[in-house]
Write a protein that binds this ligand. Structure first.
Ligand code: SF4
Ligand code: MG
Length: 321
């Protein structure tokens, strides 16, 4: 099929400035030539350690940041060069849910106003229609409609995330970027929110990019998984295939950190990640993972491995099989 979202060679570089003249002395390469497709109705999981560029990718997709380079094609339209006016027409179709919904909710406003604001701003409803829609939406996300009169601080973490979801959903989007939406929640609440996201996906025909740093939630919700390291995708495959047959040493390391015993990994080389992700301001040459890869060879320090493979793609000179 045709992807709903296609990213081609996305780069997001931030200048590093020094001195009294603010001279640019280098760039933080948060996203460094990333390409991927997301198909209608699927959930693509995006995983990797903190600082690998996952959130930056998500923010670029929903146009919270303008990319330094590359194309974002959404629903057949190249939106990377859209003017603000052109963007306004599709902004409702691309929404984001954050890890900490509280920080994105004005504490002085009632939930009803916070939820109706985007509807009124985009002129999608009259005030009375918006009120009705807010009540419906609260019920859809599992909250009583009377809660519209409450303030954000009156809610628990899980309830706030339901409000964050309602706020994204009320605009009837096609694609929602979920940026670690359950990472800050108690484990018992995580499953409820994930199940809510799954139900809403079926009911409203949504497509998700689901960002997570651990594999647990991502495995539960994703149809396919993309593994990201220092600004690039290093492996992408269907969820089951990724767990059965990981090919990139970094993926294997992430799977080894996964607390649930994985019978498929028995007899495989165990890779334990040491140290932190190198700085994206000065990434290693060749394969960016070579400084932490236990099977790196000289070729890895020279040549950048290209993502190859149709159904299961990997960027590694010596993939595991
Ligand atoms: Fe390791 Fe080399 Fe593969 Fe990079 S290309 S992951 S360094 S084996
Ligand atoms: Mg992040």
């Amino acid at each position: 099929g045709t992807p709903l979202l296609e990213i081609n060679n996305l780069k997001q570089y931030y200048p590093i400035k020094k001195g009294i003249f603010s001279k640019t002395v280098g760039h933080v390469k948060a996203v460094d030539g990333l390409s991927l497709q997301i198909y209608p109705g699927e959930t693509l999981g995006l995983v990797g350690e903190s600082g690998c560029g996952k959130s930056t990718t998500g923010r670029a997709i929903v146009q919270l940041e303008k990319p330094s380079e590359g194309e974002i094609i959404f629903d057949g339209k190249n939106i990377s060069n859209f003017t603000n006016r052109e963007m306004r027409s599709i902004r409702t179709e691309l929404q984001i849910i954050f890890q900490d919904p509280y920080s994105s909710l004005n504490p002085r406003k009632r939930i009803g106003d916070l939820l109706s604001e985007p509807l009124l701003f985009h002129k999608l409803a009259t005030p009375s229609e918006a009120k009705k829609k807010v009540e419906d939406m609260l019920e859809i996300v599992g909250l009583p409609k009377s809660y519209r009169n409450r303030y954000p601080h009156e809610f628990s973490g899980g309830q706030r995330q339901r409000i964050g979801i309602a706020r994204a959903l009320i605009l009837n989007p096609k694609l929602i970027v979920c940026d670690e939406p359950v990472s800050a929640l108690d484990v018992s609440i995580q499953a409820q929110v994930l199940n809510l996201l799954k139900d809403l996906q079926n009911e409203f025909n949504l497509t998700y990019l689901f960002i997570g740093h651990g594999l647990g939630a991502v495995k539960y919700i994703s149809d396919r998984i993309a593994v990201m390291y220092l600004g690039n995708i290093v492996e992408i495959a269907k969820t089951e295939e990724m767990f059965k047959n990981p090919k990139h040493p970094y993926t294997l390391a992430l799977l080894n950190a996964y607390p649930v015993p994985n019978p498929h990994l028995r007899g495989r080389q165990r890779i334990v990640l040491e140290g932190d992700v190198p700085s994206p301001a000065n990434p290693p040459k060749g394969c960016k993972f070579h400084t932490r890869c236990p099977i790196a060879q000289s070729k890895c320090r020279e040549e950048v491995p290209v993502l190859t493979g149709v159904h299961h793609s990997v960027a590694c000179h010596f993939p595991i099989n």
